[in-house]
Ligand binder design. Structure first.
Ligand code: F6R
Length: 238
């Protein structure tokens, strides 16, 4: 392992506190930083604490820019299931960020290949993320980079696996409503981030151990992070 720190916390709340502390620290150290952000259950507590930090005047997001990992294809920004909607409600509408500085790939662009190239170029033009927050799927996915026979480098459209559709269906009325494709950062932009912060609840212990202490393989996409020079993993014990 080149530069991995594993922090185990008592529970989800403590994981969220530590993660918010590290992200808040990044914003304090570099007020005009680029934050790479994720959606899902894992970061909700972290975003709540960042919003609180801003409300209390401890954190200032006015110069921060954000780039999100991914978006479902076919959902408009106003759709409550879209990742844009998630980010607005859980973080952006609760802090003093300029919404024009918050970026996600578009899931409704008419030409997904062109959209993938646009988003790749956009994030590269910003120099990549200073800090990239990641969750991890039970199958080892990061962003929507699913287990495969190679590591997809660039932003791309992806077919979601059965297990990811099933996992994500908890947030939809019925499984048929879960989009089957998404657009995601590839491994290239994730590895470009200066720092990686991966947060995982207790249910992810087995896949976290496989990803960080097992062999590096595209069958466990997060295992590539073993090659990143600055990774912090926060794993909740219960
Ligand atoms: C979300 C994302 C996904 C999630 C992962 C874990 O933007 O990129 O890789 O981080 O599916 O999801 P949760 O946190 O809901 O268990």
């Amino acid at each position: 392992m080149i530069g991995m720190r594993m922090i185990e916390t008592k529970n989800y709340q403590e994981m969220s506190r530590k993660a918010a502390g590290l992200i808040g620290g990044q914003v304090l150290l570099k007020p005009d930083c680029v934050l790479g952000l994720a959606t899902g259950s894992s970061p909700i507590g972290t975003y709540d604490l960042l919003a609180k930090g801003c409300e209390e005047g401890l954190l200032d997001f006015s110069q921060v820019r954000t780039v999100n990992l991914d978006e479902y294809c076919g959902l408009k920004a106003a759709d409550p299931q879209s990742y844009r909607y998630f980010m607005d409600t859980h973080l952006f509408d609760r802090v003093n960020i300029n919404k024009e500085n918050t970026f996600l790939p578009s899931g409704t662009a008419p030409d997904m290949e062109a959209e993938a190239q646009r988003y790749e170029a956009l994030v590269r033009s910003m120099g990549g993320a200073d800090l990239q927050l990641l969750g991890i799927g039970h199958n080892g996915h990061i962003g929507f980079n699913e287990p495969a026979d190679h590591f997809p480098a660039a932003v791309h459209q992806v077919q979601l696996t059965e297990s990811t559709i099933r996992a994500n269906s908890r947030l939809f009325d019925k499984i048929e409503d879960v989009p089957t494709t998404a657009i995601t950062m590839g491994i290239g932009l994730i590895m470009l981030a200066r720092k990686i912060l991966l947060i995982a609840g207790a249910d992810k212990r087995a896949i976290v151990e496989e990803a960080f202490y097992g062999k590096i393989t595209p069958q466990v996409p997060a295992s590539i992070l073993q090659l990143h020079p600055d990774v912090t993993v926060i794993l909740a014990k219960e």
